[in-house]
Design a protein around this ligand. Sequence first.
Ligand SMILES: NC(=O)c1ccc[n+]([C@@H]2O[C@H](COP(=O)([O-])OP(=O)(O)OC[C@H]3O[C@@H](n4cnc5c(N)ncnc54)[C@H](O)[C@@H]3O)[C@@H](O)[C@H]2O)c1
Length: 260
Amino acid sequence: MLEAKVIVVTGGAGLLGREFAKAIALQRGTAILADVALASAEAALADLLKLAPKSKSTAYAVDITQPESVEALVGETIKRYGRIDGLVNAAYPRTPNYAPNHGRQFFDVEYGDFCANIDAHLGGYFLTCQRFSKAMSRTGGGSIVNIASIYGVIAPRFEIYEGTSMTMPVEYAVIKAGIIQLTRYLAKLLKGTGVRVNSVSPGGIEDGQPAVFLENYRRHCQTKGMLDRTDISGTLIYLLSDWSAFVTGQNIVVDDGFTL
Ligand SMILES: NC(=O)c1ccc[n+]([C@@H]2O[C@H](COP(=O)([O-])OP(=O)(O)OC[C@H]3O[C@@H](n4cnc5c(N)ncnc54)[C@H](O)[C@@H]3O)[C@@H](O)[C@H]2O)c1
């Protein structure tokens, strides 16, 4: 489905990013695993090459919060491959006081942390969207997919965190709602350029969360509950491919019915 397409995956060393890169390579696309953690991106690339040995995929160091670093990634990709057909924004910058499974409770969130997370995560997605869409429109268009979240769509279900130290951090909810609107804004703005922009909002991905939480979460779902890291790839590949040629400005929720 992605024959000859060159697709940059930011956060390409991450839980989801590395699966996205593998799925791209298996569909005969070329993935650039771009991550601030270069050694992890190189390890993820080595895994990918075991599955798709003929792939021309590469790993690259980028910090999505730094304009020069994003510019360099755009420039190097075009120099090496001649074009960019896709961008997947799957990086997850966060401050040391913040993590998905133990983000602070609302009344404990420091103002500085709130702002810093929005700067890095929403700001970083803005920066890559801006620089890549410009480059992609010059080489005939392409597809941008921003990874958002169900918590950018609905109010938190605080009750599922009862009995754990986890919560749904306010920064995350605000950032993800912002990414969905950034997507819509840019999709409309890019009329006539051939660049499409969509977001995918995954439900929770199973990654060692406490059993009580997994059970609370599962009760809201239709079949499986928390998803596996490979469960989002099909939707991503569709949005990157020409099968979605006229889909733009959309947010596709992949959550086993959690938000219904
Ligand atoms: N895991 C989930 O349950 C889940 C659910 C819904 C949405 N998401 C979203 O999916 C995306 C990926 O999440 P994940 O679980 O794979 O996260 P992860 O933490 O496993 O991976 C994120 C990657 O981003 C990289 N990164 C961090 N800061 C960076 C920067 N400044 N520049 C470049 N790379 C940077 C990290 O090195 C890491 O490899 C995020 O947008 C996240 O919000 C995740």
